[in-house]
Design a protein around this ligand. Sequence first.
Ligand code: ADP
Length: 491
Amino acid sequence: MNSATEDKYVSKKAIAANEERFRALITAISDIVYIMSADWREMKQLEGRDFLADTNEPLADWIAKYIHPLDHDQVKTAVEEARRDNKIFQLEHRVLRADGSIGWTLSRAVPILDHKGNVREWFGAASDITETKRAEEALKLAKKRTDQQKRVYETIANSTPDLMYVFDLQYNFIYANEALLSMWGKSWDDAIGKGLLQNGYEPWHAEMHEREIDHVRTTKTAIRGEVSFPHAVLGKRVYDYIFTPILNDKGEVEAVAGTTRDITEIKQNEQRKNDFIGMVSHELKTPLTSLTAYLQLMEKSNPAQEDPMTKKILGQSIKQSRRMTNMINGFLNLARLESGKMFIEKEPFDFATFLQEIAEETRMLYSQHRFVFPESAPVNINGDMGKLAQVINNLIGNAVKYSNLGSQVRISTIIEGDQLKISVSDEGTGIPQEEISKLFDRFYRGQNNNLIAGFGIGLYVCREIIERHGGKIWVEQSTDQGSTFCFTLPV
Ligand code: ADP
């Protein structure tokens, strides 16, 4: 072999080795590989790796076969650009997969030049990026939804006259709605990231809210409060607010959200209503007191009481005027209670004697029921006799009202530790279980007593009076055979 032949042989061997390596590389990589004619009119070959259908014969309508219709133009433009400057073709686009579904590829092709520097063909590789694209699409969609939700919440939060805000755990505002910003007269940038003091709260007020934030954080429960402070323009206002924990995905409190409502008007209306009830009750009570007194005087001094008819009528008149007095007292108490003007004036007295007086009055007032009062030993109580009499009269009145004529009402007392427990039991129809927890609410009336007159304030006032005496009041039991109401008083 001469040296020229030898050189040729060596370079042929080298080329063969290169080609072999090249083939091995194509087999080893997972990418789709393809070869395009110099002008891209024809696809010479495509190894689809099951992702795309293979092409082994030159194919002219490769765009229609492989490219998603919506991406035809994009692919054509990218091909033209690559051809114009003979630079790398690169594009992410949708493809029609071998199984008929739509996929995504990232495709790259480089021109292969002949020895004169002209493009002989294009060699390309494409990777399957369907999953990445799907994830990207899902992310985009999620972001779109989040953005939309954010706009919804922002619109709600900024269109309400209520104040809405969020504190971080260092007591700094991290959100404030427009109502709050405008109340402060501050911009978002001025107010957000700042604490209560910096946003103009008085020290006592800031301190109070900081302790409440601590409380919400440690208990993970919402709290509600009422606060009154001067507004820059509107003067003294009353606000009702709720602080609620915002929990992270581990269930820990990461921030505290608050809403505050101006309830000044509601409070003023309530006050006016209470004043009105109080005034009306007072005005009604004055003549009624005289009327009752005159009737009693007449009963005592009129010799005509020997006449059974007159005696009966007088007795009934006194009874009815007492009932009316009790009703009016209920309203007076409600009005006083609501406006914080119900005062408990305590003095020591013997409960046994007190109960005897009540027994006499009760027997006179409700002659159609049987009463059992206890024969108890003297018990010293420090309390407001008038108010406590109202409580017992109320319980007895209810026992009579919610039971049949002729049935029995039993009043009993027992000392338990340092508490005197008083019970009033009737043989009435009882109270449905689901109503028991609501009986002591203001204006609550049982569902099945529409025919029985009442205003739903008696038990509400009773609870207030008993609690102000340091005692408790509850329904001990209630069946269709009757109910027992109890309360305690410290001895
Ligand atoms: P009122 O009797 O005017 O409705 P109260 O506050 O005294 O108002 O009582 C509230 C409700 O509790 C009543 O409407 C009634 O349904 C129920 N209730 C109270 N006492 C009794 C009782 N002894 N037996 C049955 N129900 C009662």
